[in-house]
Ligand binder design. Structure first.
Ligand code: NI
Length: 184
């Protein structure tokens, strides 16, 4: 089932998500499956539970090349539950982001190039991972969703928000050189 994705202006995108208390609960497992399916069908590279009106601390990281993100690296889609940031590393880097909840818009967003995280996987195992570059960017974007923050809140100037159409033209103009592409 591909659930409707909440859109910018919906108050539910602005609430704080709660930690998952009972990860083996079949309802929680079904929610993870719904998120995996929704992100796959939407050509997204990530999604957070509040985007489908579930205010809990679950995100999917699913970087892969797609029409929305042609240069995204390929990874196995992964559920990240109750994430905590251990450390951000490096100087923030600007990159273009989009969001399934903010259709038609792209923004130039500063993010750290490396982030170390602790979380539970869907089998309730504690995990530690160091994420870099594009996947680190996706994580930071989805982590923001869990705090009710959207990428458009993060741009340094209103001029760093552009239409999807303008963005596509910009990418076409830059094609040939490796473009910096983004979430989620
Ligand atoms: Ni998003």
């Amino acid at each position: 089932m591909n659930l409707p994705i909440l859109q910018l202006g919906d108050d539910r995108l602005r609430q704080l998500s709660q930690p998952v208390a009972d990860l083996p609960d079949p309802e929680v497992q079904a929610l993870i499956d719904q998120l995996l399916e929704t992100v796959a069908l939407s050509n997204g590279v990530g999604i957070a539970a509040p985007q489908i009106a579930a205010p809990c601390q679950i995100m999917i990281l699913a970087s892969r090349p797609s029409p929305r993100y042609p240069t995204a690296p390929l990874m196995q889609a992964m559920a990240v539950i109750n994430p905590q940031v251990v450390a951000y590393r490096g100087d923030q880097v600007l990159g273009w982001e989009g969001c399934l909840s903010v259709p038609g818009l792209r923004g130039l967003v500063p993010r750290y190039p490396e982030v170390e995280i602790q979380f539970r996987d869907r089998f309730n195992q504690a995990q530690t991972l160091v994420l870099q570059d594009f996947v680190a960017r996706i994580f930071q974007h989805e982590y923001d969703h869990l705090q009710g923050i959207l990428f458009c809140d993060r741009v340094e100037s209103p001029e760093d928000l552009i239409s999807e159409e303008t963005y596509q033209k910009l990418m076409e103009a830059q094609s040939g050189s490796q473009s910096d592409e983004h979430p989620a």
